[in-house]
Design a protein around this ligand. Structure first.
Ligand code: SAH
Length: 273
């Protein structure tokens, strides 16, 4: 690919909403950018807060793919740094490759800066761990089928049979389907579910604790029908569990690269890694 004499387009993960959850690298690029195209209201505050004076800032709401890539190409011809600011991490449900290909075709250099995904921000909001020793060591990031068809073998029911942590994006209006698929995969109706609306947004975040059976009614009562992360996991609520298998990471009797085990542990703990 021959690179023309243009600037570079950076796809920057803005994080889940709180402008302080932008990475230091993303902040530096925004501050130096000549033009920023941001993806909707979720990240406007982040763009405004960190952009330099004279930077051209545009909302991509209402632009289709061709309009977005035309804008990025035009700005890259006039600026050294152009930022496409996306919610969470650009590699998750962000149409990243669709935007990169036309830039590649024009010979424009591209970079990606990862961001804090809303899946992580939602777990943090609820003080939940997505993995726990001997409970689950696996996290699946997925969605239920809406207008976008799911590839074969990726129905929520099929994925839920692993009984691991499921972070379900783009599905808050499809909670009935989520409930049905989890139940069909053998999850009990009283299995805990966490829904976080606008995770990390100062003053706007809502955390809903429920079960598969009642989460839909609880979300309806709170009028939550957008910008929400659904986490179904056997780890939800572990903060209140009286019995917890401890991770070996901090176990006195367990050596690893950075720490030697004590020879006679004061108290033997049940542990696993
Ligand atoms: N790239 C983004 C996801 C974009 S898809 C990321 O990594 O987070 C949009 C979906 O992400 C929404 O439907 C919702 O499920 C989730 N989402 C994005 N921001 C959110 C937030 N602040 N709180 C809760 N869910 C959010």
């Amino acid at each position: 690919m021959t690179q023309k004499n243009t600037g570079k387009v950076w796809f920057v993960g803005a994080g889940p909403g709180d402008p302080e959850l932008l990475t230091v690298k993303g902040q530096g690029l925004i501050a130096r950018a000549g033009a920023i195209l941001f993806a909707g209201s979720l990240v406007s505050e982040t763009a405004m807060r960190w952009a330099g004076e004279g930077c051209e800032i545009q909302d991509s709401k209402g632009m289709d793919l061709a309009a977005i890539t035309d804008w990025l190409i035009e700005k890259a011809r006039r600026n050294d740094i152009v930022v496409r600011l996306q919610t969470g991490d650009p590699g998750l449900y962000g149409a990243l490759i669709e935007m990169v290909q036309p830039l590649d075709a024009e010979g424009i250099a591209v970079g990606v800066v990862p961001g804090v995904s809303s899946a992580m921000a939602a777990a943090a909001a609820g003080v939940e761990s997505l993995t726990l020793p001997e409970v689950t060591q696996t996290v699946i990031l997925t969605r239920v089928e809406g207008r976008t068809p799911m590839p074969g073998g990726e129905s929520l029911q099929a994925l839920a049979r692993h009984h691991c942590t499921l972070c379900i994006f783009l599905s808050i209006t499809l909670l009935k389907k989520v409930q049905g698929e989890l139940l069909a995969a053998g999850w009990p109706a009283d299995a805990p579910i966490l829904v976080v609306h606008k995770a990390s947004w100062p003053g706007e975040e809502k955390i809903i604790h429920g079960t598969i059976g009642d989460i839909r009614e609880k979300c309806q009562a709170e009028k939550i029908n957008s910008q929400a992360m659904i986490i179904a996991s056997p780890t939800i609520g572990a903060r209140q569990w009286p019995q917890l298998k401890k991770s070996r990471l901090y176990d006195q009797a367990f050596s690893h690269r950075f720490r030697k085990a004590k020879k006679t542990p004061e108290k033997k703990q049940e542990t696993s890694l």
